[in-house]
Design a protein around this ligand. Structure first.
Ligand code: SF4
Length: 220
């Protein structure tokens, strides 16, 4: 792969077919392209195996590999996909190929260059993640109704913080969906569900469907 421009290649941990486990796309057969590397270290990270290693592949080859699955939905994930410059071109070409593309990003990298056809799933890192200082708040100006913002809640104080951010930043009005996920084992799913109900908070509670089905197995 030497001689191929940086924008034309990517370090990839895995490409696999599964069901989307989160967001409003949950339950849909989806091809995942997991890019290697992430500059963050969230305390609850479940994809640390994607921090290093991987295989360098050309973007054209990756797009062909995805299309071979003959599935419409594709999620570009990581690690942090936007840490590699070629990720923008990959998403554009997947859209050109007719795929419905979503991007899972930490919220710490600039999303302004992401193809507008891509549904961005933007994390807002809570204090409990250990990475709250990495939130790039200006990213919110580059997201809209086609995008979703996600909080992983690690404690009751994380929940109160996230609730405040939803209100201060009018997240529910500006974006397609606001997602609240419990971080296991710190927060019982039922406790988070009850907090949301008690506050009548207009957010979507979610569990990671793929973990209910397959546990923490990589590639599922
Ligand atoms: S941003 Fe995502 S991949 Fe990176 S450390 Fe946090 S949870 Fe893990």
């Amino acid at each position: 792969m030497t001689g191929v421009a940086l924008e034309e290649r990517l370090r990839i941990t895995e490409i696999f077919l599964s069901l989307q486990g989160e967001t409003t796309f949950a339950g849909l057969p989806t091809v995942f392209v997991r890019l290697t590397g992430c500059p963050l270290r969230c305390g609850y990270c479940d994809t640390a195996y994607a921090f290093s290693g991987g295989e360098i592949r050309g973007i054209a080859e990756i797009v062909d590999a995805v299309s071979e699955y003959a599935v419409r939905h594709v999620t570009v994930t990581g690690g942090e996909p936007l840490a590699q410059p070629g990720a923008l071109s990959l998403m554009e070409r997947l859209c050109d190929r007719g795929h419905a593309v979503s991007l899972e990003t930490s919220g710490a990298m600039d999303v302004s260059g992401v193809d507008p056809r891509v549904a961005k799933i933007l994390d807002i890192k809570t204090p409990g993640s250990g990475e709250v200082g990495r939130n790039r708040w200006e990213n919110l100006a580059h997201c809209g109704r086609g995008d979703q913002v996600k909080f992983v809640i690690c404690s009751r104080s994380d929940y109160d913080w996230a609730k405040l951010k939803c209100d201060e930043l009018r997240l529910g009005e500006r974006f397609g969906e606001v997602l609240f996920s419990p971080s296991a084992p710190e927060v019982e799913p039922r406790a988070l569900a009850e907090w949301i109900i008690a506050d009548r908070l207009p957010v979507r509670f979610q569990l990671q469907l793929h973990k209910v089905l397959w546990g923490s197995e990589p590639g599922r």
